[in-house]
Ligand binder design. Structure first.
Ligand SMILES: NC(=O)c1ccc[n+]([C@@H]2O[C@H](COP(=O)([O-])OP(=O)(O)OC[C@H]3O[C@@H](n4cnc5c(N)ncnc54)[C@H](OP(=O)(O)O)[C@@H]3O)[C@@H](O)[C@H]2O)c1
Length: 268
């Protein structure tokens, strides 16, 4: 299917690795020029060079922390110096946080809220005026399956995911008449650094019988045990869905949270 994305311009946050990088790659394959945002500048520049060399698209790395309230305006300014404007936005930066309501600190609650929800709101506010001028835009917010099926072991992540799903729908309803479609993806367990660093230690603590298994073996086992399709997700699984939602072939889906979890509603 031709997604009709040639020469569109996308801003992707959390673009250096994992799901964000994979979405960038899928978009680059479809001729999309990329504004890639993450904190670690040297590695981000390398990731941007890799995609430009491989797919012949223009890539602009912008190093920054999405919790910096000045970042969205800087990203728009830098993008507009190089490109015609921003057509697509993917709010992806973030991580999981394992913990119940009682074990989540004030500091973790604040920093997770800033990173996931407040940053998403600010990036949407920064790019939508340009989309309104062109009467066309697509936004994808990366959420988690826990926004629909909360797991008490991931209270803050899942409460924020529910808020993201709600924000996505309300924003979608307000901008739909202006040609802007906004959707979320409720991501299940996807094998990334984030999962290995923030989730596996918790699984290992709760399941001492897995102590002699490698990270890969534990993920393979959890994929079989907990997921109807029998495996963990891959970043590419999410990227394929994002690319369709962001494309001009999507004319009629908006305000939705697409469940992308291999049929599972929890993983630990
Ligand atoms: N993997 C899963 O199973 C899963 C499940 C549900 C939801 N999700 C969500 O999917 C998104 C991507 O996660 P992932 O699994 O692909 O993780 P990942 O591989 O750790 O990627 C996260 C990316 O976000 C960037 N990032 C993190 N904090 C940032 C900040 N404050 N400002 C700017 N960039 C930041 C990181 O780069 P720098 O270090 O360079 O900043 C990195 O490139 C997250 O929002 C996560 O909550 C993932």
């Amino acid at each position: 299917m031709d997604l009709k994305l040639q020469d569109k311009v996308a801003v992707v946050t959390g673009a250096r690795t994992g799901i964000g990088f994979s979405i960038c790659e899928e978009l680059a394959m479809n001729g999309v020029h990329l504004v890639m945002v993450s904190r670690q500048e040297a590695d981000l520049k390398q990731a941007a060079r890799t995609l430009a060399d491989k797919y012949g698209v223009s890539t602009l790395p912008v190093a920054g922390d999405v919790t910096d309230i000045a970042l969205p305006a800087r990203v728009v300014r830098e993008a507009e110096k190089v490109f015609h404007g921003i057509d697509l936005l993917v709010n992806n930066a973030g991580r999981a946080h394992a913990g119940t309501l009682l074990t989540t600190s004030e500091e973790d609650w604040q920093s997770m809220t800033e990173t996931k929800l407040s940053a998403m709101r600010r990036f949407c506010k920064a790019v939508i005026p340009g989309m309104q001028q062109r009467n066309w835009g697509r936004i994808v917010n990366i959420s988690s399956i826990g926004g629909i099926y909360p797991n008490p072991q991931l209270t803050v992540s899942h409460a924020l995911s529910a808020a993201i799903n709600n924000l996505t729908r309300s924003l979608a309803l307000s901008v739909a008449p202006e040609g802007i479609l906004v959707n979320a993806i409720g991501v299940g367990a996807v094998a990334t650094d984030n999962w290995a660093q923030n989730m596996l230690p918790n699984v290992r603590k709760r399941r001492p019988e897995l102590a002699d298994k490698t990270d890969e073996e534990v993920m393979a086992l959890l994929g079989k045990e907990k997921t109807p399709v029998g495996r963990f997700g891959l970043p590419e699984d999410i990227a394929a869905i994002a690319a369709f939602l962001l494309s001009d072939r999507n004319q009629f889906v908006t305000g939705q949270t697409i469940e992308a979890s291999g049929g599972a509603d929890r993983f630990m």
